[in-house]
Design a binder for this molecule. Structure first.
Ligand code: GLC
Length: 718
């Protein structure tokens, strides 16, 4: 039911003006506008009249600029309907926090909520009313560049993080001036492109889609995300932006989503290339029927402007339905009451640099770092040790990552600065470029390494090889870096490899050459100090892998929650000599580092696991008491994880599924008992009728600090 104000507007609007509300373009169409371009540009062929009837703008931010555009627009728009401004605030606005894959590694939803809240506050002051986030595509193929935008491979982890992010961006509804609308994306299953190749075909059974990919989108709708963005890919044989089953049956009817559905960049126009539409008008008809309200940057919808007077009733009804949803969103954003709501140059500038902002993004960076290896307890370092800080990242300082909205690399503290602030003797050298060896740089690096006690090698990939259109067939570190590392290893000194990456990687060779390994993702504006703080023990590392790290790209897709198959590899693996097992002849089936894995400096052990209620009903959850000791001098956080396995199901069941996690603080030399509860509804699975239900029967619960070293107990579901 649309409001009186929206109804009154609709009654005054021409069909052309209604179509205008369904168009979105970059801000450079306005004389004072400039925009971040995040897709293929094309000539818009839009008349001035149409430009001033367009409903929303993407890629433009900054209170001053947005105010100018809004003022100019309102002076030209016949009914003074304000513009809406949207942008990709994926992991921060000017002040950048870790990429979402790093946020996933925090296993701390409260951290995610806080970072989204900070980003919303700054963005709102900067004139942004909608963010194209969170991206909640489940990812299992690190060849795909956009794994950096996801919180990982698990439906439950992604669902919990999605809820936290939507609530952080939007706050309590109705939206206030310090919050922005969340646009969850990309609906749906964009994270499963064949061969990890960007924009490639996605072909999932609806059963698997519902089992593993749909839950996080559902969690976003449950958290009242105000928009959804369609994905580029096909699903069930039809491109998402033309897919009525996906958009009408599943999104709108089943998930009860009544907000604005916006296409991804040019996705409506690309229905022609997909081969399901002959031209822009046909593409528009398909997208409107699927319920796509806003056409981002394809201007296919604009093709209806020429024939606005001759549109049939069904098309007019679809246009009206879409225009009402766009106008309702503008009303919910408060734009009719104040087209300049929240825009404040001083507040924008202040909040970007405020202590509160910096504290949140620094803690998020520290909690995102994952310690994978720490032989000889070489970490934490001592400030009296002399350090050789080496690697291409030393020169590039590329710590912000892809989709850093107006983040400024040159304003980001460098690793050299962070280390020299606390270590007495730090020498730095790049050693090589990301992908190219350099004899002189290598000689310089080896020379300083020779002189110092410890080598900190900061290696990885540039942010330009992460994010959209950045698929890689080879997920090892570049050869130039591996060769540098091998030469450093010949010096027989401790080597701490810090990996700056937007994806899970094949670190097999790094693992052979390094004494310790820390995955730092792209840690953001406070990344350098966060890395220093973890390496010198100011903070004990407490991140966990949100995505499996394979031994080889040949294992991909590899993920922890896989099915047993009819010929499972023995677990733990023993080579039975029986060739007829689900394994490789030339590689282990096990990952190099599993989902949920991450070391701590503290010695934290599980002393006892006691099932208190082992018969689960609608009203009685599984209840397990876990007694945990911190046997060390280090106070530390760690992530307690609970996995379940349903032994017999109508459909096959994963060997383990994450159903509980909590990041817990363990004071030095302490003991505490944590109560783990898992409700019956969390144990549901998708049946052959494609409906979710929880089967009665025998289950196992597994408790631990990663997805492999687990203590198992039995329970029943009635
Ligand atoms: C891009 C991305 C999408 C983004 C949009 C606007 O192509 O696929 O995630 O929000 O365009 O920048």
């Amino acid at each position: 039911m649309s409001t009186a104000r929206v109804n009154a507007l609709m009654n005054q609007m021409t069909t052309a003006e209604k179509i205008g509300q369904l168009l979105q373009m970059t801000g450079d169409a306005f004389q004072s506008g400039e925009s971040k371009i995040t897709g293929p540009m094309q000539d818009k062929h839009l008349s001035t009249e149409t430009v001033y009837a367009v409903g929303s703008v993407l890629g433009t931010s900054g209170a001053k600029q947005v105010k100018e555009i809004q003022k100019d627009y309102l002076a030209h728009n016949r009914l003074h309907i304000p513009l809406m401004f949207m942008a990709d605030v994926i992991h921060g606005y000017q002040t950048i926090y870790p990429i979402p894959l790093g946020l996933g590694a925090t296993f701390n939803p409260e951290m995610v909520r806080q970072t989204s809240e900070v980003a919303a506050r700054i963005s709102a002051a900067g004139g942004i009313q909608v963010t194209f986030a969170p991206m909640v595509d489940l990812v299992r193929d690190p060849r795909w560049g956009r794994v950096m935008e996801s919180t990982g491979e698990d439906p439950y982890l992604n669902s919990v993080m999605t809820q936290a992010s939507v609530e952080g961006f939007q706050g309590e509804l109705p939206l206030d001036k310090e919050h922005i609308a969340a646009c969850v994306k990309h609906f749906a299953a964009y994270g499963a492109p064949e061969a990890g190749r960007e924009y490639n075909t996605v072909d999932l059974s609806e059963w698997r889609f519902r089992e593993q990919y749909l839950p996080a989108y559902a969690a976003a709708i449950e958290a009242q995300a105000m928009l959804v963005m369609t994905s580029f890919n096909t699903l069930f044989g039809v491109p998402a932006s033309a897919n009525q089953h996906l958009m009408r049956d599943i999104l709108r009817d089943e998930l009860n989503f009544h907000g604005v559905l916006i296409s991804d960049w040019n996705a409506v126009g690309e229905l022609i290339r997909h081969g399901v539409a002959a031209n822009s008008e046909a593409a528009t008809a398909l997208a409107l029927k699927a319920g796509v309200d806003i056409d981002m940057m394809s201007f296919a919808y604009a093709s209806y402007l020429k024939k606005a007077a001759d549109l049939d009733d069904q098309t007019l009804a679809l246009i009206n339905e879409a225009a009402v949803r766009v106008l309702e969103l503008k009303e919910k954003l408060g734009l009719f009451d104040d087209p300049f709501r929240g825009m404040d140059e001083e507040k924008e500038l202040h909040d970007i640099h405020s202590d509160e902002t910096m504290a949140v993004v620094q803690q998020a960076a520290e909690e995102s770092l994952v310690l994978l290896k720490n032989d000889q307890q070489v970490l934490p370092l001592h400030h009296t040790q002399s350090i050789a800080l080496i690697g291409p990242v030393i020169a590039s300082n590329d710590l912000l990552g892809a989709w850093s909205w107006n983040g400024h690399r040159h304003e980001t503290e460098t690793l050299e600065h962070a280390f020299k602030a606390d270590f007495n003797d730090v020498k730095v050298a790049t050693g090589c470029d990301y992908r190219h060896a350099d004899a002189a740089a290598e000689a310089e690096a080896l020379a300083i390494a020779e002189q110092q006690d410890v080598i900190v090698a900061v290696l990885g990939l540039p942010s330009s090889e992460s994010g959209e259109a950045s698929s890689l067939a080879n997920i090892k570190l570049p050869q130039a870096q591996l060769e540098l590392l091998a030469k450093l290893a010949k010096l027989n000194k401790p080597i701490i490899s810090v990996i700056i990456t937007g994806r899970a990687m094949d670190l097999t060779r790094v693992n052979e050459l390094s004494t310790a390994i820390v995955v730092a993702w792209f840690p953001g504006t406070k990344g350098a100090i966060a890395i220093k703080n973890v390496l010198d023990g100011t903070v004990s590392p407490n991140g966990k892998l949100p995505m499996t790290f394979p031994r080889s790209v040949g294992q991909v897709p590899i993920y922890y929650n896989q099915y047993r198959t009819g010929r499972p590899v023995p677990d733990p693996y023993v080579d039975s000599g029986n060739g007829y097992e689900s394994k490789y002849m030339d590689c282990s089936t096990l990952p190099l580092y599993p989902f949920g894995f991450g070391l701590s400096y503290a010695d934290i052990t599980i002393e006892k696991v006691e099932v208190i209620h082992n018969v689960v009903t609608e009203t009685q959850p599984l209840t397990v008491n876990v007694t945990i000791k911190n046997n060390s001098d280090f106070a530390a956080k760690n992530v307690l994880q609970g996995y379940t396995h349903q032994l017999i199901g109508e459909t096959v069941r994963p060997m383990k599924e994450l159903k509980y996690f909590a990041k817990i603080t363990f004071p030095a030399h302490s003991e505490q008992t944590i109560t783990v509860t898992i409700a019956k509804e969390q144990l549901s699975s998708v049946h052959t009728n494609l409906k979710r239900a929880t089967d009665a029967g025998h289950y196992e619960v597994m408790i631990g600090f990663d997805s492999e070293k687990l203590i198992k107990c039995d329970f029943e579901v009635q």
